[in-house]
Design a protein around this ligand. Structure first.
Ligand code: 4AD
Ligand code: MG
Length: 430
């Protein structure tokens, strides 16, 4: 008997096949059982008629509960009236395990209950669909970088220093030393860029940010990219090309999934490089005109980002932030050293910042000065400073947050549904 997945049934119509699956729903009408099966690849209805099966098989059916695991043998045919397009007539059924009463029933549950049961909630069609879109986005990003000649050089997770400020570090014992969980692989990528030219990394990153917003997680996945000899303008070009590549292709390859998620793709369809650009100072002026009370020199908050993006249907770059509110490694603008050659890419529809990037300081003296100003220990950063001692070159890069990108593309109102097991403020389980 051939074992077939639900995704493949159309190639086996009329043949005896076997499905290894779970029962996500069922009903009976006296002489007929309807089992709704899922196997990870798809969903299908299987029909068991009392007259067609042995008494033993019928008895087995009566024991089946929601989420029981079953091996079903039968013949699949096209069924136009079914939402699945196909239907199986069952000849035999073997129950691997009769599931206990499933806690996630059809009724509405609160978000805390669902997150407590995330290990089960993932089985729902909606959650599994989001995971598929996430997977596709990862592959598209990797494909983009591969096509562009970037080499994957993953950065360490256990690190001796901070990258994005010392206030959001998670620390852990590392024998006799203290290690910090990486906030971004950037500093290590800079070293790899000096060895390989164009590089990227992709991995989990950690921030002990006491932020309970729909955009913040304590653990999230970031893809950082870095290139030697690349400067501000080219950095932005790579970013908009990457985002366009992902959006254009996801609309083709995951059309069905986005529809299932109820995503209105009207805005996504407009995404096309080049993206509008504005300097931080322009953004502040615009915000003042829109009625915000943000002060010059403050970082844009989530509400400011949303307000600013109201008039745009494309992602927008905000560049040239004040030096004093940005990271120690950012290259000052030669025309105005009080601002840096950096960019935040804001997604439309209120999704906020999805990318942060900048040109990096490549002058030895200036970098040493900044390390002092930021009260970092020069000793810890000696290896990073070395990159400015041995053939220093201008270079730039950026990091794109995977979960925020997935939330935007899927049209979700919170990042907690974009990762299998979210780590949120006050949530470490399951
Ligand atoms: O803007 P960030 O902090 O930039 C960096 O870490 C740079 N070192 C990257 C680089 O230049 N290689 O973070 C980059 C992106 C943000 O734009 C956002 O999408 C995401 O990472 N991000 C978060 N996502 C979820 N939860 C959080 N707490 C996040 N913090 C940042
Ligand atoms: Mg940022």
């Amino acid at each position: 008997m051939e074992k077939v997945t639900i995704k493949e049934v159309s190639k086996h119509l009329g043949q005896d096949i076997q499905l290894q699956s779970w029962v996500f729903n069922f009903r009976s009408s006296g002489k007929i059982f309807f089992l709704q099966l899922r196997d990870g690849t798809g969903r299908l209805q299987a029909v068991i008629s009392k007259n067609d099966v042995s008494e033993d098989v019928w008895k087995v059916c009566e024991e089946i509960t929601m989420e029981s695991s079953v091996i079903v043998t039968g013949v699949v045919n096209e069924e136009k009236r079914s939402p699945f397009g196909f239907e199986m007539q069952v000849k035999d059924i073997k129950v691997l395990q009769v599931a206990e009463e499933y806690p996630i029933a059809k009724k509405e549950h609160g978000i805390d209950f669902l997150l407590d049961n995330r290990h089960l909630w993932l089985r729902s069609e909606r959650q599994a669909t989001i995971m598929r879109v996430r997977d596709e986005i990862i592959w598209l990003m990797r494909e983009f970088f591969r096509n562009e000649g970037f080499v994957l050089t993953d950065s360490p997770i256990l690190t001796p220093t901070s990258c994005e400020g010392t206030t959001t570090l998670f620390s852990t014992e590392y024998f006799d030393e203290t290690a910090y969980l990486s906030q971004s692989g950037q500093l290590y990528l800079e070293a790899c860029a000096m060895a390989l030219g164009k590089v990227y990394d992709f991995g989990p990153t950690f921030r002990a940010e006491k932020s309970k917003t729909r955009r913040h997680m304590m653990e999230f996945w970031m893809l950082d990219a870095e290139a030697a000899f690349m400067q501000h303008d080219e950095n932005l070009k790579v970013q908009e090309k990457l985002v366009s590549y992902v959006v254009v292709n996801i609309l083709k390859s995951k059309k069905k999934e986005l529809k299932l998620l109820g995503r209105d793709t009207k805005f996504l369809e407009k995404v096309k490089a080049p993206f509008p650009r504005m300097k931080y100072s322009e953004a502040i002026n615009k915000l003042h005109n829109l009625g915000s009370d943000i002060k010059e020199g403050e970082d844009l908050g989530a509400d400011d980002e949303t307000m600013l993006m109201k008039e745009f249907d494309q992602p927008v770059f905000v560049t040239h932030y004040p030096t004093k509110i940005k990271a120690f490694y950012m290259q000052p603008d030669p025309e105005n050293p009080n601002q840096v050659l950096c960019d935040d890419l804001l997604a439309p529809e209120g999704y906020g910042e999805i990318i942060g990037g900048s040109e990096r300081i490549w002058d030895l003296k200036l970098l040493e000065q900044r390390i002092k100003e930021h009260k970092l220990s020069q000793k810890d950063f000696e290896w990073y400073v070395d990159l400015r001692r041995y053939g220093s070159v201008p270079h730039a890069g950026f990091g794109i947050g995977l979960e925020r990108t997935v939330a935007w593309i899927c049209g979700l109102d919170h990042v907690r549904e974009t990762i299998p097991f979210p780590r949120l403020l006050n949530r470490l389980k399951p």
